[in-house]
Design a binder for this molecule. Sequence first.
Ligand SMILES: Nc1ncnc2c1ncn2[C@@H]1O[C@H](COP(=O)(O)OP(=O)(O)OP(=O)(O)O)[C@@H](O)[C@H]1O
Length: 697
Amino acid sequence: MTGFFDNKIEFLKGVGPQRAALLNKELNIFTYADLIQYYPFRYEDRTKFYKIAEIREDMPFIQLKGKIRYMETVGHARRQRLVAYFGDDTGEIQLVWFKGLQWILKKLRTNIDYVVFGKPGRIGRNINIAHPEIEVLTEKNEAGGYLQPVYSTTETLKNRYVDSKTISKLQRTLIGEAFRHIHETLPPNLVNQYSLLAKNLAIANIHYPEGQQMLQQATYRLKFEELFFIQLRLLKLKLTRQQKFRGIVFNNADLLTNFYNQHLPFELTGAQKRVIKEIYRDMRSGSQMNRLLQGDVGSGKTIVAFICMLIAIGHGSQAAIMAPTEILANQHYNGLKDYASKMKLDIALLTGSSKTAERKEIHEKLLNGSLHILVGTHALLEDVVQFENLGLAVIDEQHRFGVAQRAKLWRKNESTYPHMLVMTATPIPRTLAMTLYGDLDVSVIDELPAGRKAIKTMHHYDANRLKVFGFLKQQIEMGRQVYMVYPLIEESAKMDLKHLEDGYESVNRAFPDYAISIVHGKMKADAKEYEMDRFVKGETKIMVATTVIEVGVNVPNATVMVIENAERFGLAQLHQLRGRVGRGGDQSYCILMTDYKLSKEAKTRIKTMVSTTDGFVIADTDLKLRGPGDISGTQQSGLMDLSIADLGKDGQILQLARSAAEKILEEDPTLSLAKNKNIAAQIGRQKKSVVNWSRIS
Ligand SMILES: Nc1ncnc2c1ncn2[C@@H]1O[C@H](COP(=O)(O)OP(=O)(O)OP(=O)(O)O)[C@@H](O)[C@H]1O
């Protein structure tokens, strides 16, 4: 869509400079293209008339035909309302107005036929419709038969008379002029194969549906197209990278064999073995690896990462692992240090709190190649950090890093790009993973180490605290350790910190015989580390903390996770927190403490946690409850600006769109065949409403 659609919106009939300025500012609509791609978010069904006897209060917007039998104003002074008793041959319902009574009273008449449109509700025992739309019945509206699109607007726009109906009128004007300029964007064979509606019909029907069926087809077509181009771009990116960037070929397995034969601390699970094979295959392939390693909490990703590092180091390269927090970097360092020392490898930790002298030494050893493994936080990205030969870069909890950071680590080597392994413990629904990480190959560790007992999850109200404390005591007496986690969010940080400190005091009082640690984000790094360390060593029995311990903390002796105000946490976060226990062979427990008053959504979250430990089931429920825009980290990726598709609901269309894109690239990797000229043109264009591509290339 170039040329015609680049016209400024102010030139559209009915807009003008003032409205144009408003549309620019409030809705980011600057051109004809922006307006035509501003789709309705729902439709009001004016195709059907209901009978009053059929009405239930939980119905969406409905349409009725009938007469006003009687009107009265009820209440007095400012609390007055106007009630019209509206009837048809099946019953009577109240229409109610709280505002503009005089004006409405003047307009309405009894005993003439009206069409009423609104959302049923209830006051006391009576079903009513508050502030309905009401029009005299005419031949035209009696015929009904249309779906009224509803566009989202802002308060400012509404105050300046640009409401949904105004936008709808503008769309009608635009489509009248634009229809002949709308060209097909997909190849004809694809349109046929997936029985898609033509682009121009789809656009016209999304704004002015001829009927339910056409609306469905139009929606399907536009969703398919949106997802298809996202997938095509991601797959193309991957293909280009594979062709353009050669990967170092690592085919010396001596170190690996040595580790397997002499130092492997436990039998690897089948899933761990499988993903190591997949990664090893990549690292020998000659192409540069870009792989996502997905494994639920506690599935054993650390040892997999270490084994992959051995593959690189065995060949004379270096390896690095970057984690999002100091606690996590420390944890990785401590975990890997033992393995590394057994293999006589040099390993170092670099974080924001590393001392200058330490840093200097690390920088030197990195450059002369004597340091084999570097573990760290964002500090790794600083320009002074230069490697002699970085062969493998591992990024943990990738969704916490911007994609730009992934790229920066990748560019650390001048001559060859290191192989990249991205690890995530956050279970991501398939649909979302395909979009967020669609340019990566995916390996999944879908099996927990043998002998793990399923974590038992319980829900208790705050009033039951004494009982819960009794249980904690029992566990500690059996030699186990306990986490107690408190919410701490930016908006209510002061109050939250107070709760945490009060909590710490009350735990101190309840357990006078045990040493207790406290860790929160506001503490200095070394104080945090000291407290963590005491807990890891088993010197303290209870760790009172905020979600700073959410990712990666590994203390296998800790068997109880108490989550305070569990109703305030999202599902993914609850699952991550629960994953801090159940990491050894002992039976572990997760106790969700809540208030009595719970919202419907909070109840669903708690119920889900109690009923399953499957990260993917939890991720799917989360996606359905919150929508993809909210899933942690996806916003920053810039990938969720979808204009019509919904990753929570359109998984099937996404699958089809991806496989269509795969097939096209298989046959025509450079998109140079004549039949693909539409998509080649489209893909070359930066399309604001689809994806901010600069972020991911
Ligand atoms: N095959 C195995 N058999 C027995 N124990 C294992 C196995 N693999 C890993 N472990 C142990 O399981 C625990 C969890 O492993 P690890 O810390 O690697 O998990 P993770 O996948 O990184 O999880 P998270 O994302 O929650 O940190 C560790 O104590 C580790 O030593």
